[in-house]
Every structure is written in C-alpha cells, then in structure tokens.
Write a protein that binds this ligand. Structure first.
Ligand code: G4P
Length: 528
C-alpha cells in the first residue's frame, strides 16, 4: 500500500500561477490544459472571462463564482505526471482567496508581461510565496510584441523580487522579428512558428548555435545574438536545482502564451524540477506526503451555483495518504467523524464524482456550514496544519442595520461569512459597533448581497477611521494587560476571538509599536 502511495505521490505536481492582471494567466492556463489534452481547442476557458469586467455587479460575480468552482482546480495528466493546477481568482479584488490558494501548492509559475516586467500584484504574491519558500518557475510572456530588454527584465526580477534569476532559454528577437528561443544548456534553437496558438504542435529544433542551419536561420542577426549570449552567459546565474527548491532561484523561460510557444517548456520544467507533494508542518509534527494515513486541510470555501441553498464547496488539499470514496474522515476542530461519499474531483474542466485521490490532489467537499477554512481532516489523529494565513485587511467599514431588530441575524451571518473567509469582522471593545475588514473593496458588496440573500438582513456601510489592523500577541502577560487598558480605544476582537489593534493611521501604528516593544503587532494570523 505505502509503495502505491509513494508512486502516486511522486507523480503529483501541484502548482498555481501568480501574475499581475493581464499578464496572460488565463491564456497560459488554457495552453496548459491544451498541453494536458484536457481541452482540445484553446478558447474554452476564456469564455468565462467576459463576466470578469462586470466589477461590482454582484449577480455577475456570483455567476462567475459558480462557474469557476469547477475551473478553480484543474487536474490533467502530462507526461508521466498528474498535474493539479490551482486557479487564483481573476478578480483583482479577491486577493485573500488568492493568497490562501498559494498555501495549498508546492510550486508556482510566475507569468510576467515582457513589455511591463515586474508589476505590483506580482510583488505581493511573491511575498506570499516567500512565506513558505515556494519554488517559482518564471515565464516572460508576450514575446510576439515589443518587450523590454531581457537582461533588464532579469535584473528587475532579481532586484525587486529578491530572487536569483537563471535563464533557461533566451529569446531571439521579439515582436515581428521574434524567431524563437535558444536553449542555453541544450545548445539548440526552438523555432517560433506563428499562427499555431490554438493547437498542439511539434517543437521544431535547430541543434547547435554553431551549425550552418542556425546561422542561416538567424541571418543578419546572428553575430549580434552570439554577442548578446556571451554577455548573458557571463552575467547571469546558471540554474541550480537546489537553490530553486529552496525558493532562492527561479528558472526563467521566454515565449508567448497566445502563440502557444514556450508553454511546453514551462510545463516540462514543472515536471522535471518542481517538487512532488512536500511534507507539511502541523502544530504537532511534520507530516510526510507518503504516509499512509490520510490527512488534509481546507484552504478555500466557495459558494456553489445557487447561493440560496448555502451549499458551498470546501476545497481540501490532501497532505498525505489516499482518499477513497465513502471513507470516514475525522474533522479535528469539531472532533466529529464524517463519511465522505460525494467528494468532487476537478479532472479537466468538468466536475466529476471522485473515486480516489492522493496526496497533492485537491478534492471538493460539500459544506453546509460545518467546515471552516483552516480545518484539518485526518483518519483520527489530532493534528492541526499550520500556515493558512489571515491577512490584515486594508479596508474597513462600519456596518449599520436597516432593521435594528435583526442584529442577531446580522451577527450570525457575519460570523459565518467570516469563518468562510468572505470578510473579516471586528467587535470593538469600547462600543457595540461591528466593523468589517477586507482586502479588496468588492468583498463589501459581496457580503452585503449575501447577507440579504442568505440571512435576510439588509445592511448599510459607513466609512470609519481605521487604517489597518494588527493581531496582538505577547509573551509578557502583565504588559499585555497594561496594553489592553491603555489602548482600549483602538482594540477589538475579531471573528475568531483574537485581540486586534485597529490603527487609525500609519503613524499611529508605528508610534504604538515603538511604545510597546514587548507587544507583537502581526499583519498575518494563522487559522486555528
Ligand atoms: P490574465 O488572465 O492574466 O488577466 O491575462 P489574459 O490571459 O486574459 O491576457 C490578457 C491579455 O493579454 C489578453 O488580451 C490576451 O489575449 C493577451 N495575451 C496573453 N498572452 C499574450 C501573448 O503571448 N501575446 C500577446 N500579444 N497577447 C497576449 P485582451 O485583448 O485583454 O483579451 P482578449 O480580447 O484577447 O480576450
């Protein structure tokens, strides 16, 4: 049995794409599915994007969320591997979900727009990857357009993202002069053939930069390219698998997702270099993926097609062992055992009922309000997986009820929505206000709409003078008590019962931090 587990685990690659909006995540996702024969013609995933720009129109959002339940995890075979690709929500606003999705992967693919380089969202997502030293493969996209100087792009990756960049391929021209890429180690050119963006094509290679064929193919550009390469080989890092696995170095590929060029090399890199399911830290011990007993944790909860039925899907990353249909799982937080007969798998773009799954895979459980983000499931062992963070919200609103008699429903609704991760809720110590915190402004619309639909509570939002929130911790009980008394004006308890400091301004926060050196002000908090 454990041999079978080891074999299946070794085959798994579970990763997500990190990028700034418009860098090409959707396009590359499609090309990856095409590569994995999960779809036959590119253009299928794209359809759902039309909803994306309907920003704060909740119904459109809900529709999109419904559809994307099935596309937020995509499993497909590639070469000898089984790939699990986790989609991160397309909407710029839904960043908390994106962050938590990154806790469920073993590696990430960073997609950069070659014309733009490193953009703000990429920086933010890289910071999250860094929390777990997630190995990153990089893809510089849109070579069929004018891009920035590739050497400058690598410098920018190194300087801004603080990671060594090792080019695996090097682009030969760009835009109309884009001829393909040169594989530095393999000493071959992969020829770019435009017009094959929507189908699987065979790579056409020219072996040896020194060959007559290569000289012929590059023509007048040949000498310049050879000169550029000398510079690149002198100045750039060569790839070290160890450094990659530690998250200290990223292999860099060039191509065009739209032209379906270079995407296969990226997927090969994931298969060849990215780690199989890694051991996971839990509070009690480290759990190896190849252990026979089943373990997993919930990293995301998503409303299903019909929000009125409150049927939600809880996404679980399997951390060890093997899932079989009908098996009994122990939910550690509640101490309850549940038989899981109808878990979902996400093979290709369809939802299918699942017979079995292995460490590294993602399964979907129907959730009727009993499952929370961060929950650990086992075959009986008391374990709590760590590293599923809450992020300090950046936007705050005070909630006001339209009908004051509904305050019980409001609290219950907010508590549940907070547990699900749709928003964060804070109860100030000094009054009866309820404050909502979000990372993206759209979250407020979603919460208001869901409160109305699912809890029959109508609410209004008012602006409030809070700049940021920090979770409070201290080893010094006396100092903590003193702080609680002195800072009561700005203290609140969050939905999980954790003490939080609501800072009215950035200056206030830094002064308070200076004044209270024995108190830790944390910008992230783990689920418990
Ligand atoms: P995202 O999910 O990261 O937001 O990006 P998406 O794939 O939707 O790509 C954003 C835009 O960039 C799209 O154009 C897409 O066609 C284009 N794009 C992606 N990869 C390439 C590439 O390799 N070369 C070129 N030239 N363009 C690329 P759009 O006009 O916004 O959308 P659409 O009208 O084409 O659907």
């Amino acid at each position: 049995m454990s041999n079978a587990i080891a074999k299946e685990v070794a085959k798994r690659r579970t990763f997500a794409i990190i990028s700034h909006p418009d860098a090409g995540k959707t396009t590359i996702t499609e090309r990856l599915l095409l590569m994995g024969q999960a779809i036959n013609v590119a253009g299928t995933v794209k359809a759902r994007k039309s909803d994306r720009h309907a920003t704060s129109d909740w119904m459109a959002m809900e529709k999109q969320r419904g559809i994307s339940v099935s596309t937020s995890v995509m499993q497909f075979p590639y070469r000898e591997c089984m790939i699990n690709l986790l989609d991160t929500p397309g909407h710029e606003d839904f960043s908390e979900d994106t962050y938590r999705t990154l806790t469920a992967v073993d590696s990430a693919l960073m997609v950069l727009d070659g014309g733009k380089g490193v953009e703000p969202r990429t920086i933010a997502l890289m910071e999250v990857c860094r929390l777990r030293d997630t190995p990153i493969v990089s893809f510089v996209n849109k070579l069929d357009r004018d891009i920035r100087d590739p050497i400058e792009l690598l410098d920018e990756i190194e300087a801004v993202l603080n990671i060594k960049a090792a080019p695996i391929t090097w682009p030969i021209g760009c835009y109309r002069d884009f001829k393909g890429v040169y594989h530095l180690q393999g000493d071959y050119i992969i020829v770019y053939q435009p017009g094959h963006g929507h189908e699987r094509t065979e790579q056409q290679r020219i072996q040896g930069l020194d060959s007559a064929e290569a000289r012929d193919y590059l023509g007048d550009d040949y000498d310049n390219f050879v000169e550029e390469l000398e510079l690149v080989q002198g100045a750039c890092h060569s790839f070290e698998p160890e450094a990659f696995l530690k998250g200290e170095m990223t292999p860099v590929f060039f191509g065009t997702a739209l032209g379906n060029f270079g995407v296969d090399q990226v997927l090969d890199a994931v298969v060849d270099w990215a780690p199989a399911p890694l051991p996971r830290p839990a509070n009690e011990r480290q759990v190896e993926a190849t252990e026979a007993p089943f373990t997993g944790f919930i990293f995301k909860i998503q409303a299903n097609m019909d929000p009125k039925h409150r049927d939600r899907i809880a996404f679980m990353r399997i951390c060890s062992g093997h899932y079989e249909k009908g098996m009994k799982l122990h939910q550690v937080r509640t101490g309850k055992d549940v038989r899981i007969a109808d878990a979902l798998t996400f093979f290709a773009a369809e939802r299918e009922h699942l017979e079995e799954a292995w460490a590294g895979d993602i399964i979907g459980l129907h959730n009727h309000g009993t499952i929370q983000i961060g929950d650990t499931f086992t075959e009986g062992e008391k374990l709590g997986f760590t590293g599923i963070p809450h992020f300090a919200p950046e936007l705050f609103r005070r909630v006001r009820l339209k009908d004051p008699l509904k305050s019980k429903q409001l609290r219950q609704g907010l508590q549940e929505l907070a547990e699900e991760g749709a928003t964060q809720v804070f109860f100030p110590e000094r009054n009866n206000d309820i404050i909502l915190g979000a990372v993206g402004v759209l979250q407020f619309d979603v919460v208001a709409s869901r409160l109305k639909e699912e809890y029959k509570v109508e609410c209004l939002y008012e602006p409030i003078n809070v700049w940021s929130a920090r979770w409070i911790e201290s080893d010094d009980k006396k100092k903590l008590e003193e702080f609680r008394n002195k800072a009561v004006e700005n203290l609140a308890v969050d939905g999980g019962g954790h003490l939080t400091y609501l800072a009215p301004t950035r200056v206030n926060l830094s002064l308070t931090e200076e004044r209270w050196p024995d108190i830790r002000f944390r910008a992230t908090r783990e689920h418990h």
